[in-house]
Design a protein around this ligand. Structure first.
Ligand code: COA
Ligand code: THG
Length: 563
């Protein structure tokens, strides 16, 4: 089929739909919601067999849904309608939630139901529920829909009783330090996670709060900042304390940053640092970005960086842990990345916020490369990356610095640097990628701007295995495999071969030379005449919407523009 995706932006769910549909052999074109007329135009140009809106805020005009079968993904169960579905589910403490694919009609989310899934609610960030439960449920629904269409056996169900919930009013999410318990507070911040955040007054100023964690040990007066760890702050509550990792000033188009970069400097200066090493064991809930643990002779490094973005300082902290892992008497270590994202490469927000974004980009890419180099030069251990969540740009190439790369079924990869101003890229991709797939394919992969599924990545030879979709199952499968492999007679042989292989490679061309060549090109991206990286980053971090759909995703526009 020819399928047209209508999206507000090409977010994680839209990318996953793109991959699922492409893998199933369909031709997929994307139109970003620039204007209602552009949706009509896209249909007229493309003449799709099916239109799907995985993530759309605007109303689809009748000219589209009257003529083409048009389906909308709603991140709520049947009967629930409105623009802030997950937000409400969290605020109202729903125990079971769901996701529905319904037909577009005149009224928002009121059309016939084609498929739905229910799932138990986790007490978690909205963005995490969206990236995990909602996404998996929506993909299951999508499969039902495709199967029904292929067999011409569509069973639609009218909505019946339904409830439209308006946008969440800002005040409902405002933190009231004197009234809210820790749980109330988390509920409010979780419900606004990603966008728009929950407003709170701190140090006499209103901020949007994000990335909140329960603290099980420290306490403080409600609303008073009592400690810092890395760049997060700990704030007292009625019955304990919470950590706030990210904040945004209450101004239009301000950018989300680690809390200590948003609060005035005087706040940071007087705070006590509550340091906690990644390998320290703690038995209470708290905030920690990087955690290291060992199990059966294997070290595991989880780094749950907000949105998978890795600032210079985060890379430096990760580097310290990689060095620690290298010194341990283990046979292997595993880079686990974060839960929602493995890694999305350097942190464009902290770069944008720096006095000189070009200098900060340079520092950040060097810090990323330091981590990559430390992993690549581990010759006496097996190194593994295990992607539980999506990865993009430098995050993918960080994964490729390991000997083995395993990816959870359902993960979406963007193994290229094209989308933020056409960067050349670093992270030793010129060493690792051709080694894995050959130069011909490497070029194709780097020039492709679209996401690929874990299945496709395996076919391309980019990764070594796809493990089960269920997150707990994924970890168990990984552990079993690694425990068996590191305990097998072939393991020593594997390490010996790896060592010889690397030493041979680097006698032909030293590892440093790859890095220097890549960074020479990156220097041009950061400091050269072409400013497209700086412009793209400026718009990206402020979440500006595009003013046209780029032709690389809009097949219909490409075909049309041919002479
Ligand atoms: N440096 C800095 N930031 C980076 C980065 C990098 N290298 N790589 C990625 N990011 C950030 C992006 O800026 C984005 O930031 P955000 O938290 O401000 O959004 C984030 O990582 C990932 O973005 P995206 O892929 O667009 O988000 P998502 O698909 O994972 O979902 C939600 C985010 C849940 C907040 C949002 O999509 C949502 O609200 N969805 C539900 C609403 C809905 O579907 N309603 C129905 C119709 S109205
Ligand atoms: N039918 C048609 N178009 C649609 C949907 C539909 N477009 C996408 C939409 N479903 C997804 N769901 C919603 C539900 C409600 C709202 C938006 C998307 C909504 N919006 C506010 C309004 O219009 O007042 C605010 C709009 C905004 O600020 O973005 O209530 O079923 N044809």
């Amino acid at each position: 089929m020819k399928i047209l995706l209508l999206c507000h932006r090409f977010n994680s769910l839209s990318q996953r739909f793109y991959c699922e549909l492409s893998d199933a052999g369909h031709e997929v074109s994307v139109e970003l919601d620039v204007h209602p007329e552009s949706m009509v135009e896209a249909c007229e140009l493309y003449k799709p067999d099916l239109v799907i809106a995985p993530f759309l805020k605007r109303k689809i005009p009748p000219k589209v849904w009257q003529k083409y079968t048009t389906l909308v993904v709603h991140p709520g169960p049947p009967g629930d309608r409105g623009p802030n579905a997950i937000d409400w589910a969290i605020l109202l403490d729903e125990k079971v939630w769901g996701v529905t694919i319904l037909e577009a009609t005149e009224e928002y989310d009121a059309g016939d139901i084609w498929a739905f899934r229910r799932f138990p609610m986790r007490f978690a960030k909205k963005s995490s529920l969206y990236r995990q439960e909602v996404t998996e449920g929506a993909v299951d629904c999508l499969r039902d829909v495709l199967e029904a269409l292929q067999r011409s056996k569509v069973v639609k169900r009218p909505q019946g009783e339904s409830l439209f919930r308006q946008r969440v009013p800002e005040d409902l999410r405002r933190i009231e330090w004197e009234k809210d318990t820790t749980r109330d507070l988390l509920r409010k911040i979780y419900s606004g996670e990603g966008q728009p955040g929950a407003i709170a007054r701190l140090e006499g100023e209103d901020y949007y709060l994000f990335d909140a964690y329960e603290e099980g040990c420290l306490k403080g007066k409600p609303g008073q900042i009592v400690a810092k760890r890395d760049e997060a702050v700990c704030v007292g509550t009625l019955d304990g304390a919470v950590w706030i990792g990210y904040m945004r000033k209450r101004e239009k188009h301000s950018i989300k940053l680690p809390s200590l970069r948003v609060l005035p400097e005087r706040v940071s200066e007087k705070l006590r640092e509550e340091s906690l090493k990644p390998w320290d064991a703690v038995d209470f809930p708290t905030y920690r970005e990087i955690v290291y643990w060992e199990k059966k002779g294997i070290g595991y490094i989880a780094f749950n960086f907000y949105n998978g973005a890795m600032s210079t300082e985060q890379c430096e902290r990760l580097l310290e842990v990689v060095r620690y892992a290298k010194r341990r008497p283990t046979k292997a270590f595993v880079l686990l990345g974060g839960e929602d994202f493995f890694s999305n490469g350097m942190n464009l927000n902290t770069i944008e916020n720096a006095e000189s974004p070009a200098d900060e980009s340079w520092r950040n890419i060097n810090a990323m490369d330091d981590v990559c180099e430390e992993v690549l030069t581990t010759l006496d251990k097996l190194t593994v990356s295990a992607l539980r969540g999506n990865a993009g740009a430098g995050g993918v190439f960080l994964a490729l610095t390991c000997d083995l790369v395993f990816v959870r079924d359902g993960v979406v990869l963007n193994p290229h640097y094209k989308n933020i101003g056409n960067l050349y890229g670093s992270e030793f991709w010129t060493y690792t990628l051709p080694k894995k797939v050959g130069w011909e394919r490497a070029r194709l992969i780097m020039e492709n701007r679209m996401p690929i599924s874990s299945k496709r990545a395996l076919e391309l030879g980019l990764i070594d295995g796809v493990l089960q979709k269920d997150r707990e199952g994924f970890l168990r499968e990984l552990e079993h495999y690694l425990e068996a492999f590191t305990g097998s007679p072939e393991f020593e042989e594997f390490l010996k071969k790896k060592r010889e292989d690397r030493i041979r490679d680097w006698s032909i061309k030293p590892l440093k030379a790859y890095r220097e060549e890549e960074l020479e090109r990156m220097r041009l991206n950061f400091y050269g005449f072409d400013t497209s990286y700086h412009i793209a980053r400026y718009y990206f971090v402020r979440r500006f919407l595009p003013f046209r759909t780029p032709p690389y995703m809009a097949l219909h526009r490409r075909i049309h523009s041919k002479p």
